[in-house]
Design a protein around this ligand. Structure first.
Ligand code: F0G
Length: 445
């Protein structure tokens, strides 16, 4: 196992709370873990986004911030909004391996349709395909033939594929997609949130790139794209920040006009100059092979610990998170009662570990007229590991807690909605345990 290439300079004390305290907080939060105050969480695996520990160099860079030459935004979704509001018009289609939820929502708000075209293995929990994040290039080709290239203003590609399990995309796949799109004159934009983790997997798993530097692989990656959206809250190793980078001058000009309207002047977006300095240093630190080896192995350590104990997990393990298959973990809970939500709440109540449901709550759609629910294929719970934050003891505690819950999984019960919004409902929904009161309602209460 790789040793941590850092030592600790600043610590944040955390309290261990009682089960009663957690239950009280969960009730107040409508059993939605997004609304639990952080001081009531012991190990926070909700997200790897904006949760990295910054380095001494990043903090010191914040003291002499100045200009930037890409289009800075306050975070990733602002870059998405700017890009799609300029490029996407009603009826347009935007393919990707898998769109992240904010990406999808921003395309839909612009009137477009976000289409996920990952390879079939992406939805197979047990396939050991080394690049399960790959896009199915033939499906993209069919889409272009069926819908016409004039209705496809751009294609996205998410590195690594967060929603599909933090799985990497191979250089070979990227090159094939690029060649196809280039032939049809369709621009390719990379959702680059976890580009360095993707490059690490390429180096480890793709023969032709074995032993190359992360920086070289990264340079080759972006050379094949027309631009990228970036949430620097992931592989930028900062707590806030993002950007949009692109080659085409005219498009950049149109986007900058919107930037001034929504984010701020083009030299700082919605950020302060010092935030941009921290991003710049973070981008240098993240391509360090020792950092990446430790990071990816830390995630695999968590995954391996769960797998060894028989907990159903998605394999291979992702770059930033381990995904537990909640449907197999809690087979007695029907999809309508959200096994992923049930698992994440039970784990929080048991041990103060916060995770996030990626299943029926996040991606299911309720038809307001009929009340009928369409579920996504997979029902997962994501254990995202913040960068440079937790020690092995924390991960061991997480493993033990999940294994203990797995032993008594029969006692876990499901949830139903008390309130749900139309867009990105997982952030604001309120739930009640099934059997605890009146029937589920579709409309807000
Ligand atoms: N794209 C991907 C692949 C993401 O994972 C995220 C955020 C975004 C875009 C949006 O970036 O949050 O800076 O606006 N993912 C976080 C997560 C929220 O927990 O996975 P943002």
């Amino acid at each position: 196992m790789s040793l941590p290439p850092f030592k600790i300079k600043v610590v944040e004390p955390v309290k261990v709370r009682t089960r009663e305290e957690r239950l009280e907080q969960a009730r107040r939060a409508g059993f939605n873990l997004f609304h639990i105050p952080a001081e009531y969480v012991y190990v926070d695996l909700l997200t790897d986004s904006g949760t990295s520990a910054m380095s001494a160099s990043q903090w010191s860079a914040m003291m002499h911030g100045d200009e930037a030459y890409v289009i800075p935004t306050h975070q990733g979704r602002a870059a998405e909004h700017l890009l799609f509001s300029v490029l996407v018009k009603p009826g347009d289609i935007v393919p990707s391996n898998t769109h992240f939820d904010t990406t999808r929502a921003n395309i839909e708000v612009a009137g477009g349709e976000a289409v996920d075209l990952a390879i079939d293995e992406a939805l197979d929990l047990h396939s050991d395909h080394p690049f399960k994040g790959n896009i199915d290039v033939e499906k993209v080709e069919n889409l272009i033939e069926r819908k016409g290239k004039e209705n496809i203003p751009l294609s996205m590609l998410t590195l690594t594929n967060n929603t599909g399990g933090g799985q990497p995309v191979s250089m070979e796949n990227l090159a094939r997609l690029h060649a196809l799109l280039f032939r049809h004159g369709i621009p390719l934009f990379i959702d680059a949130c976890r580009f360095a983790e993707n490059a690490y997997f390429v180096r480890e798993r793709e023969g032709a790139h074995s032993g190359r530097s992360i920086l070289d692989i990264t340079a080759d990656t972006f050379a094949l794209a027309d631009g990228c959206t970036m949430s620097a809250k992931k592989d930028g190793l900062v707590n806030i920040g993002g950007f949009l980078a692109l080659h085409e001058g005219d498009l950049a000009r149109r986007i900058k006009e919107r930037l001034v309207l929504y984010e701020g002047f083009e030299t700082y977006g919605g950020l302060a100059g010092r935030d941009l300095e921290a991003v710049a240093v973070g981008l240098e630190e993240v391509v360090d092979i020792h950092y990446l080896a430790h990071r990816i192995e830390q995630v695999a350590y968590l995954g391996e610990g769960l797998r060894r104990a028989g907990v159903p997990v998605l394999v291979p393990f992702g770059g930033h998170a381990v995904y537990v298959d909640a449907a197999s973990f809690l087979p007695h809970i029907p999809r309508e009662h959200f096994p992923g939500q049930a698992l994440s709440v039970a784990l929080y109540l048991d041990s103060g570990i916060r995770t996030v449901e990626i299943g029926g709550v996040m991606f299911g759609k309720t038809d307001r007229e009929t009340g009928e629910v369409v579920f996504p294929k997979l029902e997962l719970v994501r254990f995202a590991v913040p960068r440079r934050v937790y020690m092995r003891e924390h991960l061991d505690f997480a493993i033990e807690s999940v294994v203990e819950l797995y032993r008594r999984r029969d006692s876990v019960t499901g949830y139903e909605f008390e309130y749900q919004a139309d867009v990105l409902r997982h952030f604001t929904a309120r739930f009640r345990p099934v059997g605890a009161g009146s029937k589920s309602q579709v409309s807000p209460v």
